[in-house]
Design a protein. Structure first.
Lengths: 564, 435
């Protein structure tokens, strides 16, 4: 946090959480926070430029075991992003799997100041935190994977929802995590035997269905005043015809009452879950069906997981899906199943505009953003690096803002885009207020971080600000893309960290973690079962399992009381 | 007397974390449970370097930490091409400090993988690796293969805690419900326990992997009667065991990584695993040696993008094993100073590499004297990680575990702090020069 005062003068401010839609306005900063007024500030002249709160990424894979396995497996990707150290910055490497330093710098240059690591295997949580320590500038948090977990599945089967809540609370605390992540529930446990699960299949040996797991975890999550809802990667990712599974998944939690004013389910990288057809030959977009559902219902939010054309590194706790992808491409494939909890797979992938399937995928992400009417229900992501690296965000922003650019791009894609996707017929263009919503306002709210100073510029908020070198009237897609790639200024906690597109300071970020406060009696009862699991089945001891305080040098705790 | 539980062993890649021991008067007096004989010996303590030393006129003379650290900084500051090698028997925090130092002085940073499982890393970069955590094997595996590895002696707790002898969810009967296959060039303590022992001719593992792959993919007709000394009947027998297994694992050791076709052996081992995966669930895992050799590769990868043998002289990371690996640099007489930490190249590097290492100024950081001490010019004793100081390490299956501090030391300094103090001295020298 920087000492002293800063005044951002005459910028055109987009602060959707506070209803500010492109107003010429001064922003006052003192001691790392937004304040009412300042007396003797350093002045930044933002005359005519676009000013927004620091970006908040709701879903990105930036730290931990599978990200690092991706780096290790792909020196060819590492070599794509080599940059020498400077007097300010450590060395950089990588494109789709950048090193930790580059991750912080490149996000900050785009005006982002918070990123959610979207999948933390609990047993390897220390690894995720160790890498987050080495990501400069960004505030961060991580979502532990709790769905293919034996404790979870056994409690769902026995119907002990209070004990399930006690376990969910314990594991979020033990991993210094942020919320409940669900990835191909049941499917990854089945993958430990080389199999997979659809939404209503029975998980081998556990006699529960993915649908039951999702509903159970949603209920457990809402027993606490959790800032975030369950965060779901639904079953059958990447399969033609999976849009029905996606819609059925939304329906599962329709009756669950949220403990706070937010969604009860966030489903992620929805592009991968909006597929029609029965095989790769008749594959088609069903973005309209998914967007239609989201438009008609208020309990679910989504992020788009939009494709960036080119080579990337796919990685997910959805082990069977990565195996399927590897069988299609025959490229390198890494897998790491994690005892009693989860798994992961990693394989490189090339998204080509010449491929009909990739072309339709490319269209779907943008269609979702354009067909969901209320931008407060949708977030911009690429599921970095799965649909493409995060540094492609400015490309998507320019697409959403420019019908002309979309039309020009469609001309270069496979002609299937005109038959089996809707994108060419959509006229809608995002304005800057809507861009601000899907990149900071909505994401901060869906994560509950707006109550902790993120995603807005109201008095008392964190002084995280992005100043883009563009006028609000700019309509040239190329110029928009350029402006969103490298800010004029990025300010983090009141300190200028990027100036004229260059990183000028690298303060450490904070790790935000949630402490669900569970009833002690329930916890004690749950611990009897859990300790038995450690004695018999885990390969580490109960006492060596929780993440030690040493792994969070800059912690920020959010307490989540249990509801009465 | 105090009993301490959940002590984590800082010896080998097994990183056993269920050790119970007794401490009295700041000394470990008894190991009650958990450690193997080698681990016990480390925990109970043995002869170590008593003081920092600087070599003068051929003799190591005792000095203060400050003097040794200053001398080390001078050597590194003057060096045009320093090598910073080792990093496998220390914690990630020290590795991180070392990479930052190497980046700042434009050195080459490399760990013991370069003469150990480096070829495994190269194979993973070629084809990836399907693997799992050790607990998965404990709970599920019904067929275990040790190939070019002798855990009964080198990783003494491995079979008991994680594989053949362990009991888990679907393996409640321990070894009763499991099969063990051992492949090696000679009979070992491990091979004596095996259901099937394949004795392969020295350096010909590649052929055996290929033959098994062919059989598993339905091409047994192309396999000759004998492959690398192994009868076809025995290969068919093992292939059948593989086909029938529900959950299989191949553990491989340096008998495969450092013999014959080296990294190509491992590529073939991984392809064998993929062929086996067509019949059941199969994984493969290197038997990593030092307790944190895996951790250095992890830290180096997330910080530089590359796992080992990273040349930082250009300001960015240049990774080119064969050019930038320690032994190759030394063969070419390409480095003019070396910092050796938490490892012993004196015992493990080839002669031609050692000849150059003995000629250049060498700084050694280690709790214990070893053959490298014989030619080191500055010797800095370190606190023992996992006994006198804590820190993060990665088990052979990439699971991070935190070492505990169980004894106090008012004298020995942790590796991380030694490296950071050397770095601070280097910066001071640079500033002085700049004046």
């Amino acid at each position: 946090m920087a000492d002293g005062e800063l005044l951002i003068r005459n910028g055109v401010v987009y602060d959707p959480i506070n209803g500010v839609k492109g107003e010429k306005k001064d922003i006052c900063i003192r001691d790392g926070k937004i304040v009412e007024s300042v007396t003797n500030p350093k002045v930044i002249d933002a005359e005519g430029r676009v000013v927004m709160p620091g970006g908040v990424d709701i879903h990105s894979h930036i730290a931990g075991g599978k990200v690092n396995s991706g780096r290790l497996m792909r020196p060819e990707d590492g070599r794509k992003g080599l940059e020498a150290k400077t007097s300010v910055c450590r060395l950089q490497s990588g494109y789709s799997v950048p090193n930790t330093f580059a991750t912080g710098y490149r996000y900050a240059k785009m005006g982002y100041t918070f990123v959610m690591e979207a999948a933390m295997p609990p047993l390897a949580a220390r690894h995720t935190h160790e890498e987050m320590i080495d990501i400069p500038i960004l505030d961060n948090a991580a979502l532990p994977l709790i769905d293919n977990n034996w404790m979870t599945m056994e409690y769902v089967k026995s119907g002990d929802m209070d004990l399930l809540a006690a376990y969910v609370a314990w594991i979020i605390k033990a991993t210094k995590g942020f919320g409940v992540k669900i990835v191909n529930p049941g499917g990854t446990e089945a993958w430990a035997w080389g199999k997979n699960c659809d939404l209503n299949d029975s998980v081998p040996y556990f006699d529960v269905t993915p649908a039951e797991i999702i509903k159970g975890l949603a209920e457990a999550n809402e027993k606490f005043e959790m800032p975030h809802s369950i965060h779901v990667h639904t079953n059958m990712l990447g399969h033609p015809g999976n849009f029905e599974v996606t819609k059925d998944t939304y329906d599962l939690v329709k009756g669950v009452k949220p403990s706070k004013d937010r969604q009860v389910m966030h489903t992620t990288h929805t592009q991968f879950h909006s597929y029609g057809g029965t095989n790769w030959g008749d594959f088609e977009s069903k973005a309209d069906a998914i967007a239609g559902y989201i438009n008609q219902n208020d309990h679910a939010t989504i992020d788009i997981g939009s494709i960036i054309l080119g080579d990337t590194t796919t990685m997910t706790a959805d082990g069977p899906m990565e195996y399927s992808l590897y069988q299609i491409t025959g490229r390198k494939w890494t897998n790491l199943d994690v005892e009693l909890e989860t798994g992961s797979g990693i394989t490189p992938f090339l998204y080509s505009g010449k491929s009909p399937v990739n072309t339709i995928q490319w269209a779907i992400g943008q269609e979702l953003a354009l067909l969901v009417k209320d931008p407060w229900k949708i977030a911009l992501t690429t599921d970095h690096p799965n649909a493409g690296p995060f540094i492609g965000y400015p490309i998507i922003i320019s697409m959403l803002m420019s019908k002309k650019r979309r039309d020009e791009s469609a001309e270069d894609m496979h002609k299937v885009i005109f038959d089996r996707a809707e994108l060419p017929s959509i006229d809608r263009e995002y304005d800057l207020n809507e861009i601000a919503i899907i990149t900071r306002g909505m994401t901060a709210k869906a994560l509950g971080l707006h109550e902790h100073g993120k995603g807005h510029l109201g008095v008392g908020a964190d002084a995280d600000v992005a100043i883009y070198d563009m006028s609000p009237e700019e309509r040239d897609a190329g110029k928009i893309q350029k402006a969103f790639l490298n800010t004029k200024y990025t300010i983090k906690a009141g300190e200028i960290v990027v100036k004229d597109g260059e990183v000028v300071a690298t303060p450490p970020g904070r790790t935000i973690f949630v402490t669900p406060e569970c009833d002690q009696k329930l916890t004690d009862e749950m611990l009897v079962t859990l300790k038995d699991k450690f004695d018999k089945y885990y390969s580490v001891t109960f006492n060596n399992y929780p993440v030690q305080d040493a792994y969070l040098p800059n912690p920020y705790e959010i307490k989540a009381p249990m509801r009465g | 007397m105090v009993e301490i539980t959940d002590v984590v062993c800082s010896l080998c890649g097994c990183v056993c974390d269920d050790i119970v021991l007794e401490v009295e008067n700041n000394q470990v007096t008894k190991i009650k449970r958990g450690a193997c004989s080698v681990g016990k010996s480390k925990l109970l303590g043995h002869e170590r370097i008593k003081s920092p030393m600087i070599r003068e006129n051929g003799e190591l003379k005792e000095c203060s930490y400050d003097e040794a650290i200053k001398k080390a900084a001078e050597i590194l500051y003057k060096s045009r091409r320093p090598l910073l090698y080792g990093w496998s028997s220390t914690v990630c925090e020290a590795d991180s400090a070392g990479i930052e130092l190497a980046e700042d002085i434009g050195g080459v940073v490399d760990n013991t993988a370069t003469v150990c499982h480096g070829p495994s890393v190269l194979a993973i970069q070629d084809v990836g690796i399907p693997s799992c955590t050790l607990g998965e094997i404990k709970n599920r595996a019904d067929l275990i293969i040790y190939w070019g590895a002798n855990p009964a002696q080198a990783h003494a707790n491995h079979m008991k805690r994680y594989s053949y002898v362990s009991k888990g969810y679907w393996t409640a009967e321990g070894k009763k419900g499991k099969k063990l296959v051992v492949v090696d060039v000679r009979k070992t303590m491990t091979s004596k326990m095996a259901d099937v022992f394949i004795q392969v001719e020295q350096g010909k593992d590649y052929q055996v992997f290929s033959a098994l792959r062919a059989i598993l993919r339905g091409h047994e007709d192309v396999v000759p009667d004998k492959v690398a000394g192994v009868p076809k009947a025995q290969l068919l027998e093992v292939a059948n065991m593989v086909k029938e297994a529900k959950f299989g694992i191949t553990f491989f050791g340096m008998g495969v990584t450092q013999a014959g076709a080296r990294h190509n052996n491992i590529v073939n081992a991984i392809q064998f695993t993929r062929a086996a995966h067509l019949h059941g669930k199969w994984s493969i895992m290197p038997m990593r040696g030092h307790y944190n050799v895996t951790g250095f590769n992890q830290v180096c990868t997330w910080q530089t993008g590359f796992p080992f043998s990273v040349d930082l002289s250009r300001g960015y990371a240049w990774y080119n094993p064969g050019e930038t690996s320690s032994t190759d640099l030394l063969y070419r007489e390409d480095c003019d100073a070396a910092l050796i930490i938490a490892s012993d190249p004196g015992a493990h590097f080839p002669g031609a590499a050692l000849r150059h290492l003995a000629k250049i100024p060498v700084i050694q950081i280690d709790p214990y004297a070893n053959p490298t001490t014989e030619f080191a010019d500055v010797v800095i004793p370190a606190a023992i990680s996992g006994i006198e100081c804590e820190g993060g390490v990665y088990r052979m299956d990439n699971i991070p575990i935190r070492l505990r501090k169980i004894l106090d030391t008012d004298y020995y300094v942790p590796d991380e702090e030694i490296v950071e103090r050397i770095h601070a001295e280097v910066r001071a020298l640079r500033e002085k020069e700049g004046e």
